[in-house]
Design a protein around this ligand. Structure first.
Ligand SMILES: [Zn+2]
Length: 146
């Protein structure tokens, strides 16, 4: 049985990358991009995504998967430094049964909450101004190396 991905047409992440819908894009190179999610489930919660549209981790070419993991590592370090975090959560969901909500593969990276863990239930949707402020704080802690 194939992975059942959510329906989102056009893809929200592709719309953000194309500049057709506003979103805070904190980093971008030829293969990957990093978004500051408006649903902060941890501190400094970002989404690491491929620039090209791939629905799940299974669909991603190997060289893109490698680039994604390098970016996940780099941003995990940045969110940890920015929040003096004792924990950093990285998670990735494929298919509706796994709670994938956008059909464009993405890794969540977030410093854990002060009380530990991350929010799994409803969180407020932040404004672009708020996610831009989160981006500025993270960029100050990003290692200059790509
Ligand atoms: Zn997409």
């Amino acid at each position: 049985m194939p992975i059942q991905v959510p329906i989102d047409d056009p893809c929200a992440f592709c719309e953000y990358l194309a500049g057709r819908r506003p979103y805070t894009i904190i980093g971008r190179d030829a293969l990957t991009a990093v978004l500051v999610t408006r649903e902060q489930r941890g501190r400094g919660h970002v989404l690491v995504i491929p620039v090209d549209h791939h629905e799940t981790i299974i669909d991603v070419p190997t060289h893109v998967a490698e680039a994604l993991m390098r970016s996940v590592q780099r941003w995990a370090a940045a969110v940890a430094r920015a929040h003096s975090a004792e924990g950093v959560a990285v998670w990735q969901n494929n298919g509706v049964p796994a709670h994938q909500s956008v059909p464009h593969v993405h890794f969540h990276v977030a410093a854990t909450l002060a009380e530990g863990g991350t929010h799994w239930d409803g969180v407020p949707t932040l404004s672009i101004r708020e996610t831009d402020a989160i981006a500025a704080a993270l960029l100050a802690k990003l290692d200059a190396r790509p």
